[in-house]
Write a protein that binds this ligand. Structure first.
Ligand code: IMP
Length: 433
């Protein structure tokens, strides 16, 4: 019996929500370990779509413990909206419990203001953030001036920390960006209300997970974004501000790394990216537009059109290495149906003939000179969404899967052929160890 971490192997939006939702059926605790409401996990159950930004994607199952870990940055307003939405729709299961780590940091209004102000002042050098204040909130955490959930619910502490922060942030906002200052009294009033609402959900979540482990319960660690948005290992500076690799599953929930036994890397059958930054296998032609339309590749958080391209196994192989991935869940294979030819990016090459097959160059000047090297394959035209066994897939689809497995050097544990829970070919149960 194993505990499993689920992470993205590309630049996010790989379909982690669907896989976490599926795996939640066979787990007891689902713990999110990083990111914030920059994420948007789309889950479709009985044709009804739910997009979650903060609450773990396992919430739609009854009798689970869902945890927002210490590594997450929490926008309380968004979290409350999400809880209310689930309750109003009648899909917050009666026996499922949600807990928020008291050590998680709070995204404050000044974080959002700084995020947006910085982006709008960076002509030509924008990161293309989601504008949700994620970066500034993690900065404050590292600078040791952040407000944690446990500070938010301690009235005296909250007031003191808010006042200190506002003084500094107002200076920054007004002097650097010519923005209006923020009013601490109105923020205090608004956030005190959020604290009151959220009190019932706040806990020492490390202890809860530890207790579950002692009872032999199964834990699913839910990642957000993707490996190449990782602040250490991604295409820096075009990254998010947290560690998205599996190593953070333990740090971001307060559990030792030995509790994570299997790591499932979610990989889309093609590649997408939102925001700025290098993307070697990007398609800016009709094929890219077609993938975007058929795959509905528009940001779940911001609605932005996602940049689309061929699958890039250099990216995925690097993710396998960075996270110690033990199996791949391939998603959105059905989106490629109908394409005459399909390409796989197997390497990058510079004009000087330098080749990269295992790792992406960290130096963005070198990366920007790289051209993709493709292996080309014949596509398939048959509808594959009803297929539940690999053997029933068209021959060219199976060839594509075989090629990918051999290039990536990992087996598939599942292949998703549609957004619904049932539109899945299950090959291996990672919880079986
Ligand atoms: P931030 O996380 O809002 O600071 O944005 C930094 C970069 O990460 C931008 O390129 C965003 O588009 C990207 N990003 C953040 N969250 C996600 C996600 O959940 N999916 C895909 N891209 C994301």
């Amino acid at each position: 019996m194993a505990n499993v971490a689920v992470i993205g192997t590309q630049w996010g939006d790989e379909g982690k929500g669907k896989v976490v939702d599926l795996y939640s059926a066979s787990t007891d605790v689902i713990a999110r370990f990083q990111g914030g409401n920059n994420a948007g996990h789309t889950i479709v159950v009985n044709g009804q779509q739910t997009i979650l930004h903060l609450i773990p994607s396992g919430i739609l199952h009854d009798r689970k413990i869902c945890i927002i870990g210490n590594g997450v940055v929490v926008d309380p307003k968004i979290l409350i909206q999400e809880i209310e939405l689930l309750k109003n729709r009648g899909i917050f299961p009666p026996h499922t419990k949600l807990f928020i780590s008291e050590n998680a940091h709070v995204i404050m209004p000044y974080h959002r203001r700084i995020d947006v102000a910085r982006e709008s002042h960076k002509s030509g050098k924008k990161i293309g953030t989601t504008g949700r204040g994620i970066g500034p909130a993690y900065e404050d955490k590292t600078a040791r001036v952040g407000i944690r959930i446990c500070d938010l619910i301690d009235d005296e502490m909250f007031k003191e920390k808010l006042e200190q922060n506002i003084e500094e942030k107002n200076f920054y906002l007004t002097k650097c960006f010519g923005e209006e200052p923020m009013d601490p009294a109105s923020i205090y009033k608004e956030y005190s209300g959020y604290a009151e609402y959220l009190k019932a959900y706040i806990a020492d979540t490390s202890l809860i997970i530890h207790g579950a482990l002692k009872e032999g319960k199964k834990i699913l660690f839910e990642g957000a974004q993707g490996s190449h948005l990782d602040v250490d290992h991604g295409t820096y500076p075009y990254v998010t501000s947290s560690n998205t690799v599996a190593g953070n599953a333990s740090c971001g929930t307060g559990i030792g790394p030995s509790a994570v036994h299997q790591v499932i890397g979610i990989c889309k059958a093609y590649t997408t990216r939102v925001g700025e930054g290098p993307f070697i296998s990007e398609l800016t032609d009709e094929t890219g537009n077609r993938i975007r339309e058929i795959g509905r590749e528009f940001g779940a958080t911001t609605g932005r059109p996602r940049r689309c391209g061929w699958i890039d196994v250099v990216l995925v192989k690097q993710s396998v290495r960075l996270s110690g991935i033990t199996g791949i869940a391939l998603t959105k294979l059905d989106v490629l149906t109908g394409l005459k030819t399909i390409k796989i990016c197997t390497a990058y090459e510079t004009p000087q003939g330098r080749k990269f097959t295992e790792s992406i160059p960290s130096n963005l000047r070198i990366l920007s000179q790289c051209q993709p090297i493709y292996e080309q394959m014949e596509g398939w035209s048959e509808n594959i969404s009803h297929v539940r066994h690999i053997k029933e897939l068209p021959q060219n689809t199976r060839r594509y899967l075989k090629k990918l497995e051999s290039f990536i050097g990992q087996k598939f544990v599942l292949v998703s052929v549609g957004p619904g829970r049932d539109e899945t070919i299950v090959l291996k149960d990672p919880f079986a160890g």
